[in-house]
Ligand binder design. Sequence first.
Ligand code: 26W
Length: 818
Amino acid sequence: SLGTGAGEVGLSKEDITKDFLHKLFYHLGRVPALTTSNDIYTAMALTIRDRALRKFVRSIEKFTQQDARGIAYFSAEYLPGPHLGNNLLNLEIVDETKAALTELGLDLDELLDEEEEPGLGNGGLGRLASCFMDSLATLGIPSIAYGIRYEFGIFKQEIREGWQMETTDKWLHNGNPWEVMRPEISYVVKFGGRTEHSTNGQNRYQVDWLPESEIKGTAYDTPILGYQSNGIIMRLWKAEAVESFDFSVYNMGDYYRAVEKKLRSENITKVLYPNDENLSGKELRLKQQYFFVSCSLQDMINLHTTQGRELKNFHEKFAIQLNDTHPSIAVAELMRLFVDEHEMEWDEAWDITRNTFAYTNHTLLPEALEKWAVSLLGRILPRHLEIIYEINSRFLEELRDKGFSGDQIARMSLIDENGEPSVRMAHLATVGSFKVNGVSELHSRLLKSQVLNDFAGLWPQKFTNVTNGVTHRRFLAMSNPGLANLISEKIGEGWLTDLTSFKELEKLAENEDFQKRWREVKLQNKQALTQFIKEQTGVTVDPEMLFDVQVKRIHEYKRQHLMVLHIIDLYLRIKDGKTENIAASTFIFAGKAAPGYFLAKLIIRLITAVAELVNEDEEVNRFIKVVFLPNFNVKQAQRIYPAADLSEQISMAGKEASGTGNMKFALNGALTIGTLDGANVEIREEVGEENFFLFGQTTEEIQQTRNEGYRPYQYYEENPKLKKVLDFLSSEELTKGDTELFKPLYHNLLQQDPYQLLKDFDSYCSKKEEVFKLWNDKKEWTKKSILNVARMGKFSSDRSIRDYCEKIWNVKPVKLKE
Ligand code: 26W
């Protein structure tokens, strides 16, 4: 027997040094004198991965052996960010590793800089999934994170002549030391073809799916550690060709055709679709979704049955959380596996299925609600379409029995018959789940009153809220060590596992010494960002200025251009010599635009045009500077949040489901200027309205404005300041002669203004005046900053996960220390 296998991997400085040199020599075949910085990073990553593996290697077995219910998180996206620093923190060996490297004449920060992050997500939804993994691991909840191992993640963004350019993200080009390939864990997934219905020997109605093609999915496991705790597994599937007869010796003549087929199979997990909040209806995307869902469900059934358990207990052993509708085809797939492949009766299978899934909705935007054309779905997944029809006909029957009207039934149907018939995935997820949740109080309320209103009437108990959270370990302890150390010095380190203990900082909010040190930390962080900005953009900024920041995906509803309108107003004022009430500010933007989203790309172009104008004008750049940092990602975000003074959360009310950047900024001591949207509402409630810059219409007021027949042109005509700012969009000065450049934005705002920027403009500008005023009162500003941090306890993802445990999964967090 191999026994327990490997010997111990120690955590002392000496152990780390020894293993590091060992990896460098035996794994990479290098001697210390002849290494590249990537070799050094890789050797250290492998050294730390061994220690991570040590923690998680038994967690899959534990997962199935234990009696409690395990959680499978299904998400098409993850954004874990760099692993090395976080793993060091979680293993509590930052100092040891630093010391080991220093002795070798190496620098930990340089190593951390080498790591290329897995960009396996678009934005908020993917990052939330990764924050949840951190908390699940820390809280010791048996769980698996299933997803897709995209070979190319979210594109890299470059700025050329002011425009966004996309290049492919070859994140695997130097190998990936954090993952373990599991060739023995693989499943076959079918596509296309037709079904055959028959009655078999035992008189059982049997459906066989005769697919057109088959693809193999192989597991790649990455350990995700918790703080002072074991880890969980992120299991991502990669598509490969099955070793079918195509590859057998009998078919040598067709070798090239076989290879082509293999290449086509591997396409499925090649690239992440870079659209957020806008569905493209692409066949390959449906295939990706089905592929990862089928592999994951087969894996779970395999884990379950190899433990000798019966499928009728499946829902007692597992809850599956659907991260938006992207994995919602799982409802039909689990039914197919139960009924067709495991010969379960429909009613029993449906019962188990509905008690297994829970669905999180992340958006109310109509253009983001997934629908698949019946024709496409039927061609790729013919059996699933039949199953969806069967689920639907039984569901609509139930509605008829309950006396629902024809209109209501048409609205609730899983099939949308308006125009091209399509499957409404949110309805499938809702019908197939035991709980449905939104991601902030406001969003959950709107979900019930708008998008899923009829369903909330039918099943009020099914609907609940779990407000998002963020891991304060990555987004404070790791990325803002200055502030973390200052806080720990005052209240100890208990906050690492209990963010509510930050309450104790309240009593220090007016302490002048503490305030001074608080400001020193912020200034240091701003100096570091200043240097980064210089490296990335060539722009020199002054860390003494107010750092006013908006970083997130570029989208009209998020209203980056509202911030730009205000900057233009400042520019015009400065040019007019009216500089009295302006606090010297650096405006920082970052974020990617979906490659096919023209107006979003034009907003980036607008920011870069304003930046160029402002930064080069000696008269103006003493007062304001504007920066667009290219290629926003987790790694960059970790540099930005600690250095921000003001956080811009200015979406049109009712559109941002939650936001999570808002939490990361406030956690790092930025004050927020924001609308009553998403989790802003709850942040303001927690930090106190006097410590939050609120502006703009409420969701209800927005609705009312629209109902009354909103005419943006009227605001343009009646407000001379706004008119000047908007007209400036086509000035020679801004456009360098290309006066047509921003016309599409200009017309959009004057004619439709779907996100009511013009209506909220005045309210935003006057709030900015208050910001400037407060900025000049250092003590008051610092006090509010401290109070913001002190009152962020609610927004740890540990709290979110505890809420999921209690309100949805019905499991108890039990932290198993090793
Ligand atoms: C079909 C294309 C598509 C792709 C991704 C549609 C929608 C998405 C995501 C749901 C977009 C997303 O990331 N939503 C964000 O989710 C965060 C986590 O809950 C919230 O904080 C953000 O408000 C929400 O926009």
